[in-house]
Write a protein that binds this ligand. Structure first.
Ligand SMILES: Nc1ncnc2c1ncn2[C@@H]1O[C@H](COP(=O)(O)OP(=O)(O)OP(=O)(O)O)[C@@H](O)[C@H]1O
Ligand SMILES: [Mg+2]
Length: 465
């Protein structure tokens, strides 16, 4: 039984969740419901409040009029003629100001009626029908006091409840008309706002659907000054990044295949030469040395590509700790020292950073070794490695300068691309690895030439993230 119930319940929920509604329809529906509730609440409350208010107002008005009338009549003897005469002079001014016309009965203390404008309707009938569920009249009676202080008669003012109800009905009708007009205006505005809100969303959606990495894409023309405009801008920025990434990727595969093909062809050529007997005698040893050297180059390229891919894709490949920059730089210099000495190059180190730097020590060392390796290849006689920490900024600036031929004007950007290598260069992957390492430390690396002409590599890196 309970299983059946829960199945039914699940079925119902499933149906509800399956009803797909567009954002514009949701907005419009909410808006309609809001207008409808306001409409209902206003008309129901008006119906009750206005009726009570009108009866209360009429009672107050009758009370006032009856008082004025009783005061007027206090100086007059309560006989038919005199009362009629007095009324002809005085009564009109009070009655004409009233919202709902009222009738009047003037009667003496002995219950004899001296004046009435209600025709044959008796005083008893009026009194009986002015209360209870069958109420027909709203009445107010005021006593007429004689000079001696005795009550000589009464003024009863009578308003018809039907008149009040009719008046209330009229008011309700006009209220209903104004509510309907307001609701129609609100609906019209609602539809207008819904369209102006959903149009840019639809445009953006269409643009997203038509977006393609291949070929040109149209610019998004959504210029709304709101979150949708921001979303369109973010999408535009994202697509530019995607396109750039796609371009980089294509370039990478193109360059990688080219770089791998060169040593492979040398290996194949030399190996075939030996096998076919074209290479003979002492040349066989030379060919074998070429095969070994090209194999090592191949190995280095593959290692470089794998390392770079790991750096760019695997966040966990970094192990950060607080390290002394001075020690890391000196260890890197130590690694390349014998190579520099072989080429007669002096390496000067000037480190003025005394605070620990948050870094992956091994990777940072590799970055410095790459830069120093390049500098040794191109330097004439000296390399200067310096590092300073600016007082105001929480970052360090490291520079590696050499006195070599420097960079060609168009090279300062290109050299960080994967597989870019200039004259006398290697596989062109060292600086791409260095850049990836520095960026993983939230730093930036730039290259330029010094005034003397040699290359200057500058790294700016935060002390801690
Ligand atoms: N100190 C420098 N002076 C002049 N040119 C440089 C210097 N450092 C790098 N370059 C230029 O930048 C190119 C790219 O350097 P990168 O380190 O990426 O590759 P590579 O040294 O050619 O090969 P790899 O480092 O992979 O063995 C070099 O081939 C060279 O043309
Ligand atoms: Mg290099």
């Amino acid at each position: 039984m309970s299983l059946q119930w829960s199945c039914q319940r699940y079925g119902a929920m499933g149906t509800v969740s399956m009803i797909k509604m567009k954002i514009g329809s949701k907005l419009l529906l909410t808006y309609f419901l809001l207008i409808f509730s306001i409409f209902m609440i206003t008309s129901i409350s008006f119906r009750f409040i206005s009726q009570r208010y009108l009866i209360h107002e009429t009672e107050q008005q009758l009370q006032k009029d009856a008082k004025v009338m009783s005061q007027l009549l206090s100086k007059v003897s309560l006989s038919n003629n005199l009362v009629q005469k007095k009324l002809a002079n005085e009564r009109a001014f009070t009655v004409s100001e009233r919202l709902l016309s009222s009738k009047m009965i003037i009667w003496r203390a002995d219950q004899e009626i001296v004046y009435t404008d209600m025709g044959n309707v008796s005083l008893d009938h009026v009194m009986e029908k002015s209360k209870g569920p069958d109420r027909k009249f709203v009445t107010k009676t005021e006593s007429i006091i004689a000079k001696n202080g005795k009550i000589k008669g009464y003024v009863t003012l009578v308003a018809s409840l039907r008149d009040i109800n009719n008046f209330n009905g009229m008011m309700r009708k006009s209220q209903l008309v104004s509510l309907v007009i307001s609701a129609l205006i609100a609906l019209f505005l609602g539809i207008f706002f819904k369209n102006s809100l959903t149009k840019p969303i639809r445009l953006l959606m269409e643009h997203m659907r038509n977006f393609s990495l291949k070929g040109a894409n149209k610019e998004i023309s959504i210029k709304t000054n709101d979150e949708i405009g921001e979303l369109a801008d973010s999408f535009q920025a994202l697509t530019s990044k995607l396109k750039q990434y796609d371009e980089d990727q294509k370039m990478f595969f193109h360059n990688a295949s080219h770089e791998l093909k060169t040593p492979l062809m040398a290996i194949q050529g030399n190996a075939e030469g030996i096998l076919d007997g074209v290479v003979r005698g002492d040349d066989i040893e030379k060919s074998l040395q070429v095969i070994i050297a090209e194999s090592q180059r191949l190995k280095k390229i593959v290692e470089g590509i794998t390392y770079l891919a790991k750096l760019e894709n695997v966040e966990e490949s970094f192990f950060f700790s607080s390290e002394s920059l001075d020690a890391v730089i000196r260890e890197a210099v130590q690694s390349v020292k014998s190579l520099a000495e072989q080429k007669g190059i002096d390496i000067k180190v000037d480190i003025r950073v005394f605070e620990a730097v948050l870094m992956d020590k091994e990777k940072m060392k590799r970055a410095f070794i790459n830069l120093l390796g390049n500098a040794i290849r191109y330097a004439e006689s000296i390399i200067v490695v310096s590092a300073i920490q600016r007082e105001s900024e929480r970052e360090v600036t490291i520079e590696i300068r050499d006195d070599g031929r420097g960079l060609a004007p168009e090279e300062s950007q290109k050299i960080f691309q994967r597989f870019y290598s200039g004259e006398d260069g290697g596989s062109g992957i060292g600086l791409a690895i260095t850049k990836a390492i520095i960026e993983a430390h939230h730093g930036i690396i730039t290259a330029c030439n010094s005034e003397e002409g040699g290359a200057v590599f500058q790294i700016r890196c935060p002390l801690k993230r």
